[in-house]
Design a protein around this ligand. Sequence first.
Ligand code: ACM
Length: 414
Amino acid sequence: MKINRRSFVKGSIAAGAFTAGFPHIWIKDSSLAYAAGGEIKVGVLFSLTGTTGIIEESLNKATIMAIEEVNAAGGINGMKIVPVVEDPASDPATFAEKARKLVLGDKCVSVFGSYTSASRKAVLPVFEKRNNLYWYPTLYEGRECSKNVIYTGAVPNQQQDEFVPWLVKKFGKRWSLIGSNYIYPKEENNYCKKLLAGLGCEVIREEYVPLGHSEFSSVVNKFRSEKPDVIFSTVVGDSVVALHRQYRAAGLNPDTMPMASLTTSENEVAAMGGDAAAGHFTSAPYFQVWDSPENHKFVDAYRSRWGADKVTHFVSEPCYFQVKMFAEACSKLAASDINPNNIREAVKGVEMMAPQGKVRLDGPTLHTYLWPKIGVCKSDGQFEILKQSPTWLAPVPYKAYENQICTEQGLQES
Ligand code: ACM
């Protein structure tokens, strides 16, 4: 058995060297006074512009609202959370530059950020080198086991294990896969293909389009001629809007050839119009229509803070509850002990009632127990929930890789 993840102690010692702008200076993270003058600084790193601005702008809003709620309720043992907001403009290199600024320049104790896995991968070295914490709310491909990321979105087993067999039974075994061209859709499809192979299905097309792609007519023509039973979509950002609109304009029928997505939320549907999304399916742990007291409170607060036309969705919801998890972890610590290392230890095993149901931060993997649901989109832009997992589902970030497992000691390979 081999342990790949850098041990925390080694990470702390190695964490000293400042990069750009601060050469030759070594600082031990634990010596920083993160909670100073009654304030705790955190970074908020979501794109307000660029191709994923369509969704990340709402992640910024949910994060800011959660911070405001914590502060209005007395803060963390009387200390206010102070957000430092940056716009990385949907560009991985800018994400890395802004992350360095937040961690090294602003001395934030944690940063909440990222939609795409490309941007998470870009900032990861900053957090691992400085032993800081990145709180990542987005569904993603798994296959990561960093001590410096708290993962609160779904991994493939939490979105696909119920969804794929359900779709095969309802629609059939000939599938086409369409995704944006980067790590997330490729890894997510890798898991999908394993499930499909086990169910005796055939993948008749697997196609990737550039991020920001908006011309889907040739892909849609292939769907028309090949007639797959299911179109499995991991297209992201404003391409989701273009794909759905062009599918509808081509007169294809979701009753016989539905799109089944892991990335189409109420937010993209609001941008494309409910008619373009009606009849297509999404698997996610949260939909705005979920009927629970916690969700009614979340939706009402979000709409009164940001506008009655605004929607909540399965990435903004983890943005909201992960700030509350951060606050709960910090509140267990004396002000002088608030640092990334102690926050990580304090958040392990935290359970709370989130809008989607009771969630739990899994100590060994730093991923989250979530409640998978299947929804069909309606023409009013909301989803009807057709199915919910009978229990919360444990995250298995390496489920597609049978010889690898994420543990407290790091990634173990057999
Ligand atoms: C994603 O890139 N994790 C949606």
